[in-house]
Design a protein around this ligand. Structure first.
Ligand SMILES: [Zn+2]
Length: 287
């Protein structure tokens, strides 16, 4: 059964570890992440971007697939199914479809409009027992033409949004989506510390987890980060393993063209990446 991310993140914040959000793209991705979480007895959040939602034939298809897998694979660790960077409309669609958690990314609105829309969604998710993630200060990415430092959120604005009663809060602290550029300035622990001072028990979310050095991840967790999003890193390891299989000509040997064989190295690579992250985040054994 899917659960809200509230309890797992409250425990993580208290226990000074973080729960990974791993974005899914298809059946193989979902299975690899769920099986690894179960093997390591770790709570897990499955992230779905709007684009991936469309790719996987809509939110109800995803809810059906994830619930079916939890049942058929005997998954007993807490699993939250979460909309990543959702618009107001898509947050509502996911709630209707049966997601247990949504992110409303109102960071591109004025702070007033972000507050008004977040407030409405707090009421709705509270009533249904779902978790809600809000964002303050947009998180950059290569596609946005941002190179070097990512944006840093205003701690006072973070407090305004946290006080609305959201479950968890994403704030820009110099982090970036996708691969980090060579000249990246690193995370701003000063900003993170200031945000935590003002928001207290609120679990903080670190987006763009791919390529942040392990020591920075650990320091961020010590300063209140309880949820870390990983997306690109699983894509890179899946692609590298699949490339290796094809380059070695294995798809041309015997029944190596069978999709269950062709995709297997990629699935194992995702599992290894998820395992590495869960160990780094400290969520192993915390289910
Ligand atoms: Zn993000």
């Amino acid at each position: 059964m899917l659960v809200s991310a509230k309890e797992m993140l409250t425990k993580a914040k208290q226990g000074k570890y973080a729960v990974g959000q791993f974005n899914i793209n298809n059946l193989e991705w979902t299975k690899a992440i769920l099986q690894t979480a179960q093997e390591l007895n770790s709570p897990v959040i499955l992230g779905v971007s709007e684009g991936a939602g469309k790719y996987m034939c809509g939110y109800t298809t995803i809810v059906g697939m994830v619930n079916g897998m939890i049942n058929e694979l005997g998954i007993t660790v807490p699993v939250a199914l979460h909309l990543d960077h959702g618009s107001y409309e898509h947050a509502k669609k996911c709630i209707e479809a049966g997601f247990s958690s949504v992110m409303f990314d109102g960071s591109h609105y004025s702070i007033e409009e972000n507050i008004a829309k977040t407030k409405e969604l707090v009421e709705l998710t509270d009533k249904l027992g779902l978790s809600l993630e809000a964002e303050v200060g947009s998180i950059g990415g290569e596609e946005d033409g941002v190179i070097g430092a990512g944006e840093c959120a205003d701690p006072a604005e973070c407090k305004m949004i946290a006080d609305l009663g959201v479950t968890m809060l994403a704030a820009g602290i110099g982090n970036i989506h996708g691969k980090y550029p060579e000249n990246w300035a690193g995370l701003s622990f000063e900003t993170l510390d200031a945000i935590q001072q003002l928001t207290g028990d609120m679990p903080l979310v670190l987006h763009g987890g791919t390529g942040i050095p392990a020591d920075m991840i650990k320091k961020a967790i010590s300063l209140g980060v309880s949820k870390i999003n990983v997306n690109t890193e699983c894509q890179l390891s899946f692609a590298a393993a699949t490339r290796k299989y094809v380059e070695e000509g294995k798809d041309l040997q015997g029944k190596g063209f069978d999709p269950r064989k062709l995709l297997a190295p990629g699935v194992e690579a995702i599992k290894a990446t998820v395992k590495e992250k869960m160990e780094l985040f400290g969520s192993v054994g915390k289910a």
